[in-house]
Design a protein around this ligand. Sequence first.
Ligand code: XIL
Length: 387
Amino acid sequence: MIPKFPLSRRHFVLLGLSGLAGAIAVKAGTAHMNYQVQALYNPKRDFKVVGQAALKQRAAAKGIIYGAAVEPEFFQSNTGFQASFVRDCGMIVPENALKWHELRPAPDKFNFARADWLAEFARTHGMLFRGHTLVWNHALPGWFKEFVNRQNAEKILIEHITAVCKHYAGRMHSWDVVNEAIEPEVGRSDGLQNSPWLDFLGSDYIELAFQVAAEADPKAMLVYNDAGLEYDIPKHAAKRIATLKLLERLKKRGVPIHGLGIQSHLMAHESAFNPKKLRAFLSDVASLGLKILVTELDVIDKQLPADPTVRDRMVASKYEDYLSVVLDEKAVIAVLTWGLSDRYTWLSSFNPRSDGQPVRPLPLDSNLKRKLAWNAMARAFDQAPKR
Ligand code: XIL
């Protein structure tokens, strides 16, 4: 029996498979790892794919968009990467170029140069373009703290959203209007995260942001985007509850919100994945009439064994186990990975390995070769029901 989802040592014992777990661990050189990580390794798991189609084609065959986040410089300095990206991706997300600190060098200035370059690249290559992000408590420019206060915050927020949405109006598939506004650990009854916007404008800043975005670009799909929703751990369970509450409140009040983005920075070492609970959450979101987008998928491999063959197998398992559950929900219309190649990933600096080995969280390796994670994604798209 090949376990479909990562099993803990307790599960192995219950299933009478403890001998198998031990054998696998020794063979993979994983004896020193914790049991959750060991259980993720299955040398026999099949990652075969049928045919030659690229990821965007396999996704499109099911009515799903596949794309990735990128910085313009990755394309400008690497034509091989450009070619790989164009082959596999149907959508571009600027990884940083649309954040406040990039767009707003000074209170009275906008600099669209880097994001415009990507928008143009998307247009000339027939790809969709999506915006990340209009309102966030991070990535604010240096002048923000000095300049923004209770008196001018509303005007500044409205001006920013209006200018940026109008600049791309008609060209933007969707916007992450508000990013990471929920953090139940803060302890507020509405579950909201600390933010200068919350301090200055109160909890209605979220509603205001969606309304202003809808006026400035009536065609874009408007999305609330957040992290930490995926696992069966108390922190994520609380986040799911608070997110649903927020979405229900916004819908009830007629706020123009069209989708939920689930970031999906998966943790390879976290085994508490409960397909039933995740499915229930996605279905609750869908029943509010919202679409769902996987917006920032990658797999954090910092606690996996160093051996790239073993590690790639484990990362691929995470991709397929996760996507096969998520794509079962027909409200899920897009999958975006946070980067395409291991050469360019934020995890190199945000979640490096303690052994100094390069991280391997994405579908292509640093030489743009397909990894098992690519196969895993292809398989998940191939098996997904049609939208
Ligand atoms: C990250 C970028 O990838 C990094 O290059 C940057 O230094 C920090 O931000 N959640 C988000 C993204 O919503 O905007 C973050 O992107 C990753 C986590």
